[in-house]
Design a protein around this ligand. Structure first.
Ligand code: GUN
Length: 167
């Protein structure tokens, strides 16, 4: 088994629809009622959830968005380059990693409703991170970008959208 296969097996990771592999490690027992959430949510949600998320150099996390902020925590492997596009179309780029002296962040916050995508920086490598959200994750709050639609919304970012979406 390769190191990547070992991590996938030991942490029981499964393919994620956005790309990469994940395993939910925490889902709070506590719940928030629909009437205590903002109007974007339908139904109740757990207070918070957390996942392991693994990306390899030959795949990427495709542009998607969720309704809540997402906190990324770097664990090991290559640093990750993560792109966000705000609702108003501002593109930002961050490096998640441990080399703080060179501008990398061990933690990164992706704001709610921003489109975001990520890839491993090193070749033939992997990145293992954690992703925490509150309210807790629900696939009803998750939207995977359609390439054509996202390019027509943000034509100024055509190149990066083309690279980091599945058709
Ligand atoms: N649970 C399943 N998929 C996801 C995801 O993309 N992010 C978070 N935070 N939790 C998830």
């Amino acid at each position: 088994m390769t190191k990547i296969e070992q991590i996938i097996t030991n942490l029981n990771l499964k393919p994620h629809p956005e790309g990469g592999y994940f395993k939910e490690t925490y889902r709070s027992e506590g719940e928030i009622n629909e009437n205590s959430l903002d109007s974007n949510y339908i139904g109740k949600r757990n207070y918070s959830t957390c996942i392991y998320f693994l990306l390899t150099s030959n795949m990427f996390s495709s542009f998607h968005k969720i309704k809540q902020d997402e906190i990324w925590h770097f664990y090991e492997g290559s640093p990750i380059r993560l792109y966000t596009i705000s609702e108003r179309g501002k593109l930002s780029e961050f490096i998640i990693g441990r080399d703080i002296a060179n501008g990398q962040s061990p933690q990164l916050i992706v704001p709610a409703k921003h489109w975001f995508a990520a890839r491993v920086i090193n070749e033939n490598d992997y990145s293992l991170v954690g992703c925490t959200v509150s309210p807790g994750f629900d696939f009803n709050d998750f939207e995977l970008a359609k390439r054509k639609k996202l390019i027509s919304k943000f034509p100024q970012h055509k190149q990066i959208i083309k690279e980091l979406t599945i058709e």
